[in-house]
Design a protein around this ligand. Structure first.
Ligand code: FAQ
Length: 330
């Protein structure tokens, strides 16, 4: 027994040294701005963090089709309908690239989808708010896509190659979405008094939830430190939120709209717009499942999964048939 113990001890110590060496070499690659690729060694915590963030991101894109999908049949013109249809399809495509990026980390798409359907995986809080009027479609493009771009441009430089590359295309498409949203708002604001009021009402309802999209304040963010060290995140939640506010307030002024924050003021010294307090209790409630549309969004997603079962079955049967055909040919 004693001999066995002696034989094992150096092995364990050797493994620890080897792991420490690998960890050091990994961090050196990150610090040198090298990209980490799927077959490279990576610490388990880095892999887990990426799977968590990328899968949440993918789920957000997929659930995020619902609020706008709600208005496809009611778009006010053929031009608006075509643009909205294309936008919603783009969001679906983003979800698919992101699931594919997460799969390179060894997690199956089915597993990620199961976690979402079981209520174990998160998706962005913003998609739990209702789209009550056509102006909400303008506000989502302008503000939600605007916030998404602010968050995702730095992700194009994320240390994990497949995620960073997926983000490049996603950002290009989000930028078109943001412009189509702003153009809807501009049209409404140049319209009659009722249209302008509709635009103002949409801004009133979407402003604060959009600020929450960037995540909890830095003081309460659990993952920022590790994600920054690994260059997954390049900016903190509060830094990105501030960048979004600074970019968006002048756009609201150009539209002739009022940002629904009585404490908002421009600080000459710092060159930033200072904002009032965010209702973090509301944020907590929404991510805990108690937002205005959480139940509806999940029910719709589960129903869609059920309705699509025959498509997946047919695709699997076709793939099997093709595999057999190739085997026979070979
Ligand atoms: N909603 O420690 P942190 C879009 C969670 S895509 C729900 O700060 P982290 C396109 C967080 O997961 C929008 N949960 O976390 C579109 C964590 O919980 P966990 C989605 C949130 O990861 C437009 C906990 O709180 N974009 O809009 C939220 O360092 C129009 C502690 O937070 C992305 O996912 C939230 N808002 O920073 C589609 C971008 N915020 O996992 C359709 C990628 C935080 O421990 C129509 N993700 N949580 O259980 C990220 O950049 C980061 O994950 C953050 C959060 C910044 C969201």
């Amino acid at each position: 027994m004693y001999t066995q113990g002696l034989a094992q001890a150096p092995d364990a110590a050797d493994r620890r040294i080897e792991d420490a060496d690998k960890l050091r070499a990994f961090q050196e690659r990150i610090d040198a701005e090298e990209r980490i690729e799927p077959n490279d060694w990576m610490p388990e915590a880095y892999r887990r963090t990426l799977v968590r963030q990328i899968s949440q991101h993918a789920h957000s894109e997929i659930i995020g089709m619902q609020p706008e999908g709600n208005w496809i049949t009611r778009a006010p013109s053929l031009r608006r309908k075509a643009a909205l249809l294309a936008k919603v399809q783009d969001e679906c495509g983003h979800g698919l690239y992101l699931y594919a990026a997460a799969e390179t980390l060894g997690v199956a798409r089915e597993e990620m989808v199961d976690q979402l359907l079981a209520g174990k995986a998160k998706y962005s809080s913003i998609f739990n708010y209702p789209t009550l009027t056509w102006a909400d479609i303008g506000a989502i493009g302008w503000l939600v896509d605007g916030a998404a771009i602010m968050n995702q441009i730095p992700l194009c430089r994320c240390s994990y190659g497949p995620y960073a590359r997926a983000m490049i295309r996603v950002c290009k498409e989000e930028s078109f979405h943001q412009r189509q949203g702003y153009e809807i708002m501009l049209t409404l604001c140049r319209g009659n008094a009722a249209q302008k009021e509709m635009a103002q009402d949409a801004l009133n309802r979407w402003w604060w939830p959009c600020l929450m999209m960037f995540g909890p304040p830095d003081s309460a963010s659990q993952h920022t430190d590790a994600s920054t060290k690994w260059k997954i995140k390049r900016f903190t939640n509060d830094e990105l939120r501030q960048k979004f506010i600074d970019a968006t307030v002048p756009q609201a002024h150009y539209l002739g709209l009022t940002v629904p924050d009585p404490e908002l003021r421009y600080d000459e010294a710092s060159g930033h717009w200072q904002h009032g307090a965010i209702d973090w209790e509301e944020f907590k409630q929404v991510i805990a499942g108690n937002g205005p549309c959480n139940a509806q969004r999940m029910e719709r997603r589960r129903q869609t999964e059920e309705d699509g079962a025959w498509v997946r079955e047919a695709a699997r049967a076709f793939a099997e048939k093709e595999k057999r055909r190739h085997r026979v040919a070979a």
